[in-house]
Design a protein around this ligand. Structure first.
Ligand SMILES: [Zn+2]
Length: 205
């Protein structure tokens, strides 16, 4: 293979994407080069627009156009009014739950777990969750963190942080396999886990 810096660089970047190795990255790059007008240019434009215009909301953690400003008692991302919040670790988890249609309410995306390497508690938007619960008149907070040690530690930390809010707190129940990450669960398992969610009392552990 010829050594052309621009191409090598692109292959290296693409092979960092989930599920892709150097071999598939090469195939993708060739496809792009061979379809410059129809594929490569529109893709470069779309990518640059996403980079420029999409940010993470610093209140709820969702992705949103930078032009939209979220407020505590007026979510601009979700127009409807709800009385429950589902707390997840990542956008991927949010997307899985959304596509399973099991939950209708607000999402709160932490962006990690308490014990993730280098993850500071302050970065997890837990303070803004408390504020949302109080200002948005939320009745129930469903903790949909993964069934991993980190996910469960995070769930109990949030439960403790919300103890003065008098909101019902539940976490996903039976059906969630130990070590299970939300984004990898099938719809059936997600439905079961939501249906069987259990209350988290202030003194349970
Ligand atoms: Zn928001």
């Amino acid at each position: 293979m010829q050594n052309i810096d621009e191409i090598e660089n692109l292959i290296k970047l693409i092979s960092k994407l989930p599920g892709l190795g150097p071999k598939s990255a090469k195939r993708i790059v060739l496809k792009l080069i061979n379809n410059n007008e129809k594929l490569a240019k529109p893709m470069a434009k779309a990518l640059s627009e996403v980079c420029k215009n999409i940010t993470r909301c610093n209140i709820c953690g969702s992705l949103k156009p930078s032009s939209i400003q979220c407020n505590f008692n007026k979510c601009e991302v979700v127009k409807k009014k709800y009385n429950s919040i589902c707390v997840v670790e990542s956008i991927a988890d949010q997307w899985s739950i959304e596509s399973s249609n099991i939950f209708e309410g607000y999402f709160h995306i932490l962006g990690g777990t308490i014990s993730s390497v280098g993850q500071k508690k302050e970065d997890l938007l837990i303070n803004s969750l408390i504020e949302r619960v109080n200002k948005d008149r939320i009745d129930e907070v469903i903790l949909a963190t993964s069934a991993t040690v980190e996910g469960q530690t995070t769930a109990y930390y949030i439960r403790d942080s919300l103890k003065n809010s008098k909101v019902k707190i539940s976490k996903l129940g039976q059906g969630l396999p130990i070590g299970g990450e939300i984004e990898n669960l099938d719809d059936g398992t997600l439905h079961l886990a939501f249906k069987n969610r259990t209350g988290l009392d202030a003194d349970s552990d």
